[in-house]
Design a protein around this ligand. Structure first.
Ligand code: SF4
Ligand code: SF4
Length: 80
């Protein structure tokens, strides 16, 4: 990962609103997985798509995000 990725994670992880999302599940909670838009899709968990809160996330304007379902589809970079 590039140097500034760790900075982006540190600055935005606490703002990620995945946790209350209906798609967020026990597997992701157990791994404390968040900020999929930067870190990419969940490496081990599988899911059912039940909605995505990313379009309403406060991180969206900060990182100029345009996609959704990052936990399943991969980071903004990977979805380009
Ligand atoms: S856009 Fe989605 S994955 Fe990224 S911080 Fe917000 S809720 Fe989390
Ligand atoms: S990336 Fe989107 S679908 Fe996945 S847990 Fe976060 S808000 Fe929900």
């Amino acid at each position: 990962m590039p140097d500034n990725t760790n900075k982006i994670i540190a600055e935005n992880r606490a703002k990620c609103i995945c946790e209350p999302c209906p798609t967020y599940n026990e597997c992701m909670r157990a791994g404390d997985e968040l900020l999929f838009c930067v870190t990419g899709k969940s490496p081990t968990c599988t899911f059912d798509k039940k909605g995505c809160l990313c379009p309403t996330c406060p991180v969206k304007p900060v990182l100029k995000l345009k996609k959704a379902y990052y936990c399943i589809r991969g980071s903004e970079q990977e979805q380009k």
